[in-house]
Design a binder for this molecule. Sequence first.
Ligand code: ZN
Length: 264
Amino acid sequence: MNRSTFAIAGFILIAALLGIALVTTAPVPGDTETVFQVSTIDALLAGVYEGSSTVAEVKEHGDLGLGTLDALDGEMIVVDGTVYQVKDDGSVAVVTDTMTTPFVVVTWFSPDITSEITGPLNLTELEAQLNSTFPLQNLFYAIRIDGSFSSVTARSVPAQEKPYPPLVEAVKNQSVFEYTDMQGTIVGFWSPAFVEGINVPGYHFHVISDDRTKGGHLLDCSIDHAVVQIDTTPNFFLNLPPEGDFHALDLGSDRGDEVEQVER
Ligand code: ZN
């Protein structure tokens, strides 16, 4: 081997080693500066409901977050490291580690900003107030709001059967819950506009009651009084399904209108 082929072989060896390092590098457990996400919102919109990560894996990457479960079986909310499932009959259960998720967003919650709000404040007013507290645009913010709510409107979705319909079809059978005088926690994220196709641009909130008997994907609320905690999160890690329906999809189309339909 002459000098130049030796150099090339060395380069290939280093590239191979780097390649291995790249596929095995994930946020270290306890990393408070990273949003960890499984799959993409557009894949969920397209009907990729088969779970690709276990709840045990998700819990390594955060103690606060939201998502759904295999087969789109309800809304998931992660609070203080416990993963809950709000089913479409309104019941709430703790999710076991072996269950899987087709879409979830979590982070290790470490608040940078804490404030108190006094209502009445509806969801639109809450979002406007939060907008003014973010120190920088174009980063991710994890948000936790603990308080008393005179009303909460939340929804959940029924488990789907294969062949899975798109999410706009699945949510036509959603259950909407109207709760009054709830003590609870709203958990969510504000994501920058450039995540379109990957996550939900703007706000996405789930909610759960203090007694862990009520909850869902938050559609509206009236806040009496609450403590708001915000965690600025500059890193984003995307964990894509290693196999399955995800890879048969054309994910090039703009599904922005569908996001509005299913999330708002
Ligand atoms: Zn949701």
